[in-house]
Design a binder for this molecule. Structure first.
Ligand code: HEC
Ligand code: HEC
Ligand code: HEC
Ligand code: HEC
Ligand code: HEC
Length: 189
């Protein structure tokens, strides 16, 4: 390699390669954050349903739609027929409600994008928490203010255990709350 080319390589090429490498890493790190810990993940949904409007302004109870939350591990997301209790009449000429009605008439389930998800090897149970007086807010934040629903708190093992071990302090407003279990087979069965 002659001196001019070596000089060019060291002063121009090497810094460019390093810069591109660092920039790509930074961009990937930043962009994949939502998939890594879930916090901030708020996907666009097939029908623009607003919790802020229905659970906030209209004050419809969470359990009207998430019917399984007190009786099963899963909270459940409502069938289109639940929406149609109102939307056969309410705002039925709006584009989003026309879309909703089409799913209903086709007998098709709405392909809602799942927001919160822990890995299959871990076990979570809604009713065990909700029936002890632990409110949705403690884990899902102020859903009644969300137009687009998103994840606000981490559901890592560390986050579960942090509440379990400190439940009497963290949940001081819940009468008679005891510490949660921390033996492995409670959450890994
Ligand atoms: C009128 C029905 C309705 C009411 C009332 C309602 N929800 Fe929902 N909820 C839905 C629908 C539909 C979805 C799926 C679409 C979405 O994520 O916005 C959903 C999604 C969710 C999710 C995310 C599910 C996932 O994929 O992880 C949470 C958490 C949630 N609701 C909590 C609440 C809480 C807390 C309340 C009360 C403050 C509430 N909801 C009231 C219909 C309802
Ligand atoms: C208890 C009655 C009720 C239920 C159940 C209900 N809605 Fe609504 N929804 C309303 C009313 C009333 C409005 C109009 C509120 C306003 O504009 O002030 C509305 C507005 C909407 C809008 C906005 C329409 C627009 O563009 O103006 C969408 C989208 C919507 N609802 C979707 C849903 C979906 C999806 C479900 C089921 C998961 C659902 N709703 C369940 C009563 C209900
Ligand atoms: C102690 C924390 C905690 C509380 C309290 C809680 N959730 Fe959840 N929620 C979770 C976790 C963790 C997941 C993910 C579960 C999984 O992937 O199996 C989840 C998932 C969901 C989902 C989507 C999956 C499903 O189970 O159907 C909905 C809907 C939901 N929660 C609604 C609610 C509502 C409504 C309340 C209050 C009545 C509530 N949650 C209370 C932690 C909580
Ligand atoms: C309160 C519930 C809970 C308890 C108790 C618990 N875990 Fe977990 N664990 C989880 C959840 C949720 C995840 C998945 C989320 C994550 O990776 O942090 C997980 C993930 C893991 C993983 C995979 C970690 C990784 O980085 O992929 C291992 C290994 C594990 N747990 C082992 C244990 C052992 C050993 C114990 C007992 C000392 C234990 N867990 C107790 C909830 C729990
Ligand atoms: C806001 C506090 C809080 C958070 C966050 C929380 N838990 Fe709990 N959990 C509790 C308390 C308190 C109990 C004990 C309730 C009782 O007295 O039975 C409990 C009980 C449980 C149980 C026992 C259920 C049974 O059948 O007895 C399981 C399983 C569990 N939690 C899993 C989890 C997992 C997995 C996570 C994280 C994804 C989690 N919890 C997050 C407070 C919490």
């Amino acid at each position: 390699m002659n001196k001019a080319l070596l000089d060019y390589t060291l002063r121009i090429r090497v810094p460019i390669v390093v810069f591109v490498g660092v920039a790509a890493f930074a961009a990937t790190y930043y962009l994949s954050r939502a998939e890594r810990d879930g916090v901030g993940y708020a996907p666009a949904q097939p029908v623009s349903f607003s919790h802020s409007l229905h659970a906030g302004t209209m004050r419809i109870d969470c359990k009207y739609c998430h019917t399984a939350v007190t009786v099963s591990p899963h909270a459940s997301v409502p069938a289109v027929s639940v929406c149609m209790n109102c939307h056969t009449v309410a705002r039925k000429n709006r584009p989003e409600i026309i879309k909703l009605t089409k799913y209903y008439e086709d007998g098709a389930a709405l392909p809602w994008k799942r927001v919160h998800k822990i890995p299959d090897y871990a076990y979570f149970n809604h009713s065990a928490h909700v029936n002890k007086g632990i409110d949705c807010f403690n884990c899902h934040g102020a859903v009644e203010n969300m137009d687009v629903l998103g994840q606000v708190s981490e559901f890592t093992m560390g986050a579960c255990l942090d509440c379990h071990r400190n439940a009497p302090q963290r949940l001081a407003h819940v009468a008679g709350i005891k510490i949660g279990p921390d033996n492995c087979n409670t959450c890994h069965r």
